[in-house]
Design a protein around this ligand. Structure first.
Ligand code: G4P
Length: 534
């Protein structure tokens, strides 16, 4: 059962090449542009420049779906895999809109590192802060890319201080910008003192820029940049020498320090040097904590343990040509082989993993083997749920994935009652994907849905119509929180403005209009308790 030394060597080598990461940022900071540039620099696409064309991005559950539509390439996926120089990149899709945060949180569990993109003019914004917090809690090392240096922005030292103050992490600049806005000329590597000077070429960075490489003490450098930019650079570098945070790989991998890079994803300035440093610094798959049936914690080694993985995402109807539901598995250990029979721990059954595929920037590819760090898409015959562990060896379950407290509630119904069957099917599928929760009135006649963000309801309407041909009416409800009721339902005296419903597992849920109402319910029902639905 245990892998042979030869197979172990192969797993170690292949796993060592994997860089599995997500990009975290506030919408508009440049995540999609940077992802596109990663495709450009890896040779997966020949020219870049679709981002500006997309204006109406509100409904896209995935930025990559838009990229696919714009460019006509098939990258609809939860993860894209492609080679970048000596490495194998697995970049996980994290939807940009804040209403999809819980999707992003779950996806982050599958990442070994994260790239945080910050808009140089805006600094650390709310969503970045929240996502960074998740990385901190999960000890995911974060690299920082300060983007849009080609536009007027804040002083680099100011941005460093903000990263440290707001996020509570040491920021260690690996390179430093030379000039900014229209005068953004390039970056200098603080350790090697090598300077990269760029010349804008193709419009909107469709192709790689011209690059001049020279030493910081090269006498010609001073004449190439305006005096004020040169003075600023010397001043900042001196100050950093004296007061900057030193960089250590260990501190980075423990999440204590974030290496910072400056650049402009749009014009490609500083982009390649950032990607190269990312591949060099970001960790490959490491051990993952699991629970044993007798309640112990176990660290699962990616090389020594035979194939194991867990489901971090489900998605139906991703591609109209493949109308099916896909379960996305993150490989945690061992070598995955097509048609392998695995133990499905939750149902205690055996499942054959046939028709696996990976997502590459061209097509949905059939996958024969995969290694720790990789993401496999498996057509889900209804057996998988988010958080499920599968493995060849028995005896452990990966830690459960985080759940989220719903904050918006609505009553949903089909406009035509004859569509009830498709309606039920669609709603149940969407609930299985984890973006909405289904609630019913105690008599089972009325349907409610709960979600973390309002936009999920727009997506629900859109997907119900496009994937299940059912027009639905969504009536927003005035509740703002929910809780499971602990105690005898018959004895419960709800406040007049609360609503008592059942969840999909028949547990009683109370919807409250305000914190005041919830407190009132508590005082009125001392025998009962309320448990967060997260
Ligand atoms: P997101 O995925 O994080 O939401 O951001 P996205 O990459 O879509 O970028 C948001 C906007 O910022 C885009 O403009 C994009 O062109 C622009 N952008 C990204 N990186 C840079 C950069 O380094 N410099 C500059 N100047 N702009 C950048 P847009 O509003 O979609 O269209 P348009 O204004 O470019 O036409």
């Amino acid at each position: 059962m245990k892998p042979t030394p030869q197979v172990k060597h192969e797993i170690r080598t292949e796993a060592g090449k994997r860089r599995t990461f997500a990009i975290i940022s506030h919408p508009d900071a440049g995540k999609t542009t940077l992802t596109e540039k990663l495709l450009l620099y890896s040779g997966m696409i020949r020219t870049a420049g679709m981002v500006g064309a997309r204006k109406n991005r509100k409904l896209a559950t995935s930025d990559w779906m838009e990229m696919e539509q714009e460019r006509g390439i098939s990258i609809t996926a939860s993860a894209m895999q492609f080679p970048y120089k000596q490495a194998v990149i697995n970049v996980l899709d994290t939807p940009g809109h804040q209403d999809f945060c819980e999707d992003t949180y779950r996806t982050l569990t599958a990442a070994d590192s994260a790239i945080m993109v910050i808009d140089a003019a805006k600094g650390v914004e709310t969503q970045t802060r929240k996502l960074f917090e998740v990385c901190r809690l999960r000890r995911i090392p974060v690299l920082t890319f300060i983007n849009k240096m080609d536009l007027p922005g804040r002083a680099p030292l100011d941005l460093m201080a903000e990263v440290e103050d707001v996020l509570g992490v040491h920021a260690s600049p690996i390179n430093w910008p030379i000039g900014s806005g229209r005068d953004f000329f390039g970056v200098v590597n603080r350790e090697t003192r090598q300077v990269l000077l760029y010349t804008r070429t193709a419009a909107r960075g469709a192709a790689k820029p011209e690059l001049t490489e020279l030493a910081l003490d090269d006498p010609s450098l001073k004449s190439r940049v305006p005096d004020y930019a040169w003075e600023e650079l010397t001043h900042d570098l001196e100050l950093l020498e004296f007061a900057g945070n030193p960089f250590s790989r260990e501190a980075f991998q423990n999440g204590k320090v974030t290496p910072v890079f400056f650049g402009s994803a749009l014009t490609n300035f500083g982009v390649e040097t950032f990607f190269d440093a990312f591949v060099e610094l970001a960790p490959s798959a490491h051990g993952r904590l699991a629970d044993t049936p007798d309640g112990r914690e176990l660290m699962i080694d990616p090389v020594d343990t035979p194939f194991s993985a867990y489901v971090f995402k489900l998605q139906a109807n991703m591609n109209p040509r493949h109308r099916d539901s896909t379960a996305f598995l993150r490989v945690c250990s061992g070598r995955f082989e097509r048609d392998v029979v695995v133990r499905h721990h939750r149902t205690k059954t055996e499942v054959r993993l046939s028709r696996p595929h990976s997502m590459v920037a061209k097509e949905r590819n059939t996958l024969d083997v995969a290694y720790p760090g990789d993401v496999i898409g498996i057509i889900n015959p209804g057996v998988f749920q988010i958080g499920d562990t599968i493995s060849v060896a028995d005896g452990f379950n990966y830690k459960p994935l985080p759940q989220f407290q719903p904050e918006v509630f609505a009553r949903v119904r089909p406009t035509v009652t004859t569509m009830r069957k498709s309606f039920d099917k669609g709603i149940e599928q969407l609930a299985r994907e984890g973006t909405i929760q289904i609630l019913r009135s105690p008599d089972g006649l009325e349907f409610f849905v709960a979600a973390v963000g309002r936009l999920q309801f727009d997506v629900l309407k859109f997907r119900m119509q496009s994937e299940y041909r059912v027009k639905v009416v969504v009536d927003m409800l005035p509740y703002e929180s929910s809780a499971w009721l602990v105690g005898d339902v018959e004895m419960f005296k709800p406040p007049s403005d609360a609503l008592v419903v059942k969840d999909s597992q028949d547990r009683t849920v109370v919807l409250f209009r305000s914190a005041w109402s919830k407190n009132f319910a508590r005082e009125r029902n001392p025998q009962h308790d309320f448990k967060d639905m997260a």
